[in-house]
Design a protein around this ligand. Structure first.
Ligand SMILES: Cc1ncc(C[n+]2csc(CCOP(=O)(O)OP(=O)(O)O)c2C)c(N)n1
Length: 317
């Protein structure tokens, strides 16, 4: 059994306090909304109400929220098979997402796409993608269109570390660096490609893959929304300035199985490992504990925010 990756970076409280407390509370609410959405999606699957299956994002919420909070509505994202969090963080409607998951005409793709194909052009979401690494070309093409139009938008390409095995990613990273495109490749390393620890499938350094093209690369704790948000702000700023692409490796963990049907996971990871991430590395807990310790919020506020998110999600279902 492989050891969990521990984050290398320590938060700098002084820098984080420069961000408005309301904005941190908003991000907490966004993470609650994603978690509640996923818990309800799981319930719909388990009660056989949802056609097909879905891949839950629970545990990884800080990445979608920290990244999208640093973007404007007219910036682009592309997403993955584990994409509900990205859609919601970019501003998608809970109602239309559930309609899509449940195969209804009212859904984002008229109920024909389901969980892995949600796109929402109004919020700059160019689409989830069931093909691992499949959106790298779409996101890089969007960045090329931004550059050709002389606009100051940016494109973000979300993908799991499993996509680092896809050749397309290297073709487009090469072009992005050559042409100095405004794109940020956000790699969510949740340790497993389906049921295989990533160290059993990947040689060498993960950030080294981007650095080989001369792409600016950083590696952060993806459980801490404060670090994700502030790092992304810097990377977005440099992309808007015309300083070219960046690669952001975020260390994270999915609490649930690869998909909703992956219930017995002990043959590939231990219960102790899962408990460690849930207890010590939970993104909602990390943010609320810090806000309480800094006397920026009280415990009761988080309960209230959680309840409001759960109510919005329940109404959507
Ligand atoms: C091109 C391609 N190969 C294989 C698959 C089957 N598959 C679906 S998800 C997955 C693992 C993805 O791992 P990662 O990219 O790290 O994302 P995670 O599921 O961990 O979020 C695989 C191999 C696929 N969908 N597309």
């Amino acid at each position: 059994m492989k050891k969990a990756v521990e984050p290398a970076l320590q938060p700098d409280s002084v820098e984080f306090k420069a961000v408005d407390r309301e904005q941190w509370l908003f991000m907490y609410g966004q993470m609650c909304k994603i978690r509640a959405f996923e818990e309800n999606a799981n319930e719909l699957y388990l009660s056989a109400k949802m056609p097909g299956l879905t891949h839950l994002y629970i545990g990884e919420e800080a990445i979608a929220v920290g990244v999208c909070e640093a973007l404007r509505q007219d910036d682009y994202i592309t997403s993955t098979h584990r994409g509900h969090g990205h859609c919601l963080a970019k501003g998608a409607s809970v109602n239309l997402m559930f309609a899509e998951l449940l195969g209804k005409e009212a859904g984002y793709c008229r109920g024909k796409g389901g969980s892995m194909h949600i796109a929402d052009q109004d919020t700059g979401n160019l689409g989830a993608n069931a093909i691992v690494g499949g959106s790298a070309g779409i996101a890089t093409g969007a960045a090329l269109s931004i550059k050709m139009q002389g606009a100051d938008r940016v494109a973000v390409c979300f993908f799991g570390e499993g996509a680092l095995g896809q050749g397309l990613l290297y073709e487009v990273m090469n072009m992005a660096q050559l042409w100095q495109l405004p794109i940020i490749y956000v790699c969510e390393n949740n340790l497993y490609n389906e049921y295989t620890h990533y160290t059993e499938a990947m040689a060498g350094s993960l950030t080294g893959r981007a650095k080989a093209f001369g792409i600016h690369a950083e590696e952060i704790d993806g459980q801490d929304v404060r670090i994700v948000y502030q790092t992304m702000q810097r990377l977005v700023e440099r992309a808007r300035r015309g300083d070219g692409p960046a690669f952001l490796l975020c260390h994270t963990y999915r609490y649930h199985g690869h998909h909703v049907g992956d219930i017995n996971r002990e043959y590939y990871r231990s219960k102790e490992e899962e408990a460690h991430w849930r207890t010590d590395r939970d993104p909602l807990k990390l943010l609320s504990e810090w806000l309480i310790a800094e006397e920026l919020a009280e415990a009761a506020m988080f309960e209230q925010i959680k309840k409001e998110a759960q109510a919005e999600v329940k109404a959507g279902v």
